[in-house]
Design a protein around this ligand. Structure first.
Ligand SMILES: [Fe+2]
Ligand SMILES: [Fe+2]
Length: 459
């Protein structure tokens, strides 16, 4: 992606270059025209002088009636050549005299010989020059000059300068102009870049600041307000926006924190309440609540070994403590009876499952809701001989099947008013003996395989 600065530079630069080139070239043309005009005037002046001189001489001789005299004619020619020589200022200026047949007769120039009469037949070249300005090759040289004719001798007289010399000043100006043009272009490019840096720099820095904030999400950063123009206004409005976002963010995170704390407190209360509920039912058997804690931990270990997630583990950890909640409605005489219950008492005792279920079933809490399931099904048997409904196999919900094993195991290894504690080995032996009868065979296998981990919790 081209940057704004580069794009603006590439747009502006051709305009600036075109302006510099056009103005430089027009200055050059003007100089050339002015200089050429000056040089022309210079040559024209000399041509006029020559023409006036030779005409005046001729008029004097003619008025004295001496025009026919050969000696006077030669003297006039000599005088003309002498005068022509005196007019030459550069060693490449030249006065050329061409006779009536177009053959060059004299070449008068400052360089070399003062005058160079062409010997008869020395040159076969015929030179024909128009009257007035010319710019052409004359005797092998490119020349610029003015010619006029002098009728009495049949001469064409031309005063001229080498083209290269004539335009040498112009060429010097051209070289100077090209150099100045190059310098001007370089300056234009540098100045344009500097101008753009000054103009677009603040915008680039503002864009950089915005990107940094967007990339890092750090709302404590601000853009620098460098000027009071539109870009400065943009930066300051952006800062106001970020400040407002930062304030809102802070409020949001504080309210999130408060909400999180409230939720954690509520969960804590719920867990405490659940545990308390469980303890009410268990209070006669177990004053410390240790049985319930173990049931929770052993059930959670089952969930973990079955590959369930942390949420299910937590759910069974807390809901399993409610398995005997229905016992609160069972008369103490039955609960505390040291010996075996008679069939009537036992049928009253069985009701603790249904009572627990009725107490918990309509709750919105998923702990209480699963607690209801466990309360109802923790005395069902895999072979269908359990109570209260005589469910069998997988018709018994998994949490009920789990709690059924850990509740029996924990009861066996604990002291109770009506029995003393069994050894862990004896308790495990009993559990295994009920594999596929009272208990789910797969769960029993899992329990036996991991017995060390289970008894670790118990210890
Ligand atoms: Fe029970
Ligand atoms: Fe129990």
């Amino acid at each position: 992606m081209k940057s704004l600065r580069l794009r603006t530079y590439l747009t502006l630069l051709p305009v600036v270059v075109a302006a510099v080139v056009v103005s430089g070239y027009s200055t050059f043309l003007e100089s050339r025209v002015a200089l050429t005009r000056l040089a022309n005037r210079h040559l024209a002046y000399k041509a006029e002088q020559l023409r006036d001189y030779i005409n005046n001489e001729w008029e004097v001789i003619n008025s004295l009636g001496l025009a026919g005299e050969e000696a006077y004619r030669e003297a006039q020619e000599e005088s003309f050549r002498s005068y022509a020589y005196s007019l030459l200022r550069s060693d490449t200026e030249q006065v050329l005299v061409i006779d009536a047949s177009g053959v060059p007769a004299y070449r008068i120039e400052a360089r070399g010989a003062r005058e160079e009469p062409f010997a008869d037949g020395a040159t076969e070249t015929r030179v024909s020059l128009p009257a007035g300005w010319f710019s052409r090759e004359v005797l092998g040289e490119d020349r610029v000059g003015i010619s006029f004719s002098f009728e009495p001798f049949g001469w064409t007289i031309a005063i001229s300068e080498l083209s290269a010399r004539f335009f040498s000043d112009v060429d010097g100006i051209l070289r100077g102009n090209v150099l100045m043009l190059a310098v001007a272009l370089l300056c234009a490019a540098i100045l344009t870049a500097a101008y753009l840096r000054r103009l677009i720099g603040p915008l680039e820095r503002l864009s950089g600041a915005i990107s940094r904030i967007a990339d890092t999400g750090d709302l404590s950063l601000r853009a620098t307000v460098e000027s009071k123009d539109e870009i400065g206004g943009l930066a300051s409005r952006f800062n106001v926006m970020v400040s407002s976002l930062e304030a809102q963010n802070l409020m949001l995170s504080e309210s999130n924190k408060a909400e999180r704390e409230a939720r954690e407190t509520a969960v804590l209360r719920e867990v405490e309440t659940l545990f308390l509920l469980g303890r009410i039912s268990d209070f006669n058997d177990e004053k410390t609540g240790a049985h319930l804690k173990r049931i929770g931990a052993l059930s959670a270990l089952f969930a973990r070994l079955l590959g369930q997630g942390p949420e299910e583990e937590d759910l069974i950890l807390k809901s399993s403590t409610l398995h005997d909640i229905g016992k609160i409605a069972i008369p103490e005489a039955i609960l505390q009876k040291p010996g075996k219950l008679d069939p009537g008492e036992f049928s009253v005792m069985k009701r603790h499952t249904l009572i627990g279920y009725e107490l918990l079933k309509d709750s919105n809490s998923h702990y209480l809701s699963q607690g209801a399931t466990i309360a109802l099904t923790h005395h069902e048997r895999w072979d269908g001989n359990g109570y209260p409904r005589g469910l069998s196999g997988e018709a018994i919900p998994l949490p009920g099947r789990i709690v059924s094993i850990v509740d029996v195991f924990d009861a066996l290894v604990s002291d109770r008013p009506y029995k003393s504690a069994w050894s862990e080995e004896a308790a495990l032996e009993y559990i295994v003996s009920q594999r596929g009868r009272q208990f789910d065979a797969d769960l029993v296998d899992l329990f036996r395989t991991h017995i060390a981990e289970f008894t670790e919790i118990w210890a």
